[in-house]
Design a protein around this ligand. Structure first.
Ligand SMILES: [Zn+2]
Length: 176
């Protein structure tokens, strides 16, 4: 049996015990999360969220891409979320390559250049990456300033979240 068949079987069990049919469309906790797709992150468990509580937007790296912005704008403007959380994590695969190298490798392997994806968004500094994603959300003109935007690094060894603070306090190391 393929893994797809196995998960379809698991769904039969899930549906047999299903209790969430009454939930409404807008997230009850008015929360949206952007997180890496890493298989070790079960975002709802990490944050103690239940079905219906929050929007969870995931991609490689937990990057505020054009598409993540699309989702966040819909999340806030149409579905009323008021707080955003960005989650990156230790041991992320995005720390292990460079955009240019991967692009060159794939181009060579396949013999084809492509227009999409425009970028893979690999990065080399976790905290700096989280700050950049916060900045992309905070600076978007269709997302109002009063929305709380906080970023965290999830430690895959301990299960703990560590907040990434504003660059001025944390980046230089000179003022500690
Ligand atoms: Zn990752």
């Amino acid at each position: 049996m393929s893994n797809t068949d196995e998960v379809l079987n698991a769904n039969k069990t899930y549906a047999a015990n299903f209790k969430h049919g009454h939930l409404g469309l807008p997230p009850a906790r008015k929360l949206a999360v952007v997180a890496c797709m890493d298989a070790r992150l079960i975002v709802s468990q990490i944050l103690g969220l239940q079905a219906g509580d929050a929007h969870i937007i995931r991609n490689a790296g937990g990057i505020v891409t054009e598409d993540a912005l699309r989702s966040l704008i819909i999340s806030h403007q149409l579905l009323g979320t008021q707080e955003f959380i960005i989650i990156n994590h230790t041991d992320c695969g995005m720390l292990t390559f460079k955009d240019d190298e991967l692009r060159a490798k794939l181009q060579k392997q396949t013999g084809t250049a492509t227009v999409a994806p425009v970028a893979f968004h690999a990065f080399s500094n976790l905290e700096e990456n989280v700050r950049q994603q916060i900045q992309k959300v905070k600076s978007h003109p269709w997302l109002p300033k009063q929305i709380s935007v906080r970023g965290f690094i999830y430690d895959v060894k301990t299960g703990k979240l560590k907040e990434v603070l504003e660059a001025r306090a944390a980046s230089s190391g000179l003022d500690n």
